[in-house]
Design a binder for this molecule. Sequence first.
Ligand code: FES
Length: 512
Amino acid sequence: METVTITLNEREVSGYPGMTVLELAQESGVVIPTLCHDPHLTPTGACRLCLVEDERSGALLASCVAPITPGMVINTRSPRVLERRKTIVKLMLASHPDSCLVCDKGNRCQLRKIASDMGVGLVEFQRIPQSGVIEEVNPFIERDLSKCIMCAKCIRADQELVVEGAIDYINRGTASKPATLNDLPLEKSECTFCGTCVAMCPTGALMEKEMTYRGTTTTTIDTVCPFCGCGCSICLEVKDNRLVRATPSTESPVNHGTLCVRGSYGYDFVHSPERLTTPLVKISGDFQAVPWEKALDAIATEVKRIKETYGSDSLAVLGSTKCTNEENYLLQRLARGVLGTNNIDNGSRLYSSASRVGLGWSVGFPGTTNFLDELEQSPVIMVIGANPTTSAPVVGYTIKRAVRYKGAKLLLIDPQQTRLSSFAHLWLRPRIGTDVALMNGLARVFVAVSMILEEFVASRTDSFTELARSLETYTHDYVEEITGVASQDVQLAASIFAGAERASIVYGNGIT
Ligand code: FES
């Protein structure tokens, strides 16, 4: 592979063409302070804090947007560089409110941390007053743009990662600021309160509304979001054994630094006073709180009685989808080793059993066949019976990114309008309950117009002739009459799908 060699702080290091000075420095263990940079976002070079000096030309470069070129001689800590970085931080602080002591971002504020690392104390520049908090009634996010440093991380997160387009810069010059259309409150915009912008904001400009002033957290636990099936990696920040906040893991190949509203804010159940903390046993028709020993005794006695009376297979164990793999493993050990039954199941398998059977029969593997990153690389994506922007938002983000930034064509099959509708290249709206006819209509077009790989069909499938014969009744007119979808749209969808080099299908409970 072609490499580019530069001198970095008097040491020769090599990277690949297109790599930035910042990326190569980070890879080489050289620390350069940044504020507007995030590896998930397109670099913009907005804050200029990552300045480095090119000793050949004497130019000061924003390293996050400067590509490496052969023979570069970069100094990341020359007196000029250190001096300019300090000035930049002082300029930011000059227009920042004097409220660090009462700002809940506290020790998480990257501006404050960088200022302290650089030894920036009192700022001698004339101060620029800033407007204060934006009043909003949403329960999740508080905006205080007086603390905004215009790094545009929130805007880029909104537009590039979750692809909502709820915010952008408005106004020009010193009046410029990130805002919704017409500067409306967030709750009156397209914002879904996913919290991704809050997690990325380097200062106290964007804050969680509910979990304020709980002090510096002492423990961070890496885990998996307990909500939908996306499996997003999250970091739970804990203080005094209480959950303070959840943030997206920046390392995760699933969520790439994003979360949805549930993953960011849906944790009020953890410390809810309504949560059961003791077992309840029904005594004389009423649930009564009992000690654990008594509850476990009651369960053991009853299970033993049933097993002795009716045999082991009269017992069954159903694990929850919310249990971890390890907990479900222990459950099956309990079922098989202690209760003596193979009647062990799990909600994850049970709820999607139709899907698993269908996938097992058709592709030989009863589960999702591809990673989300591969979905994002698909030139054509068909979504049917699913509303991933609501049910599995990170899948929704992936599809929207594929359409908006990778040129994918989205074939949306859904009777109702969803947030994906405006991203669709073609939106088919079959009457409710007519999906099978539509699928058969599409399949008939594939067969009739020879949009199939004969060799694959011959070597890898069974009973294809019977299938083709069963599709004969699904003529254009017949399918249009049943589904209400115009026959030319069905043909167009078939040609787009079959014509793609790679195509993905995302389906949900709407059709299973
Ligand atoms: Fe490079 Fe902000 S991190 S300009």
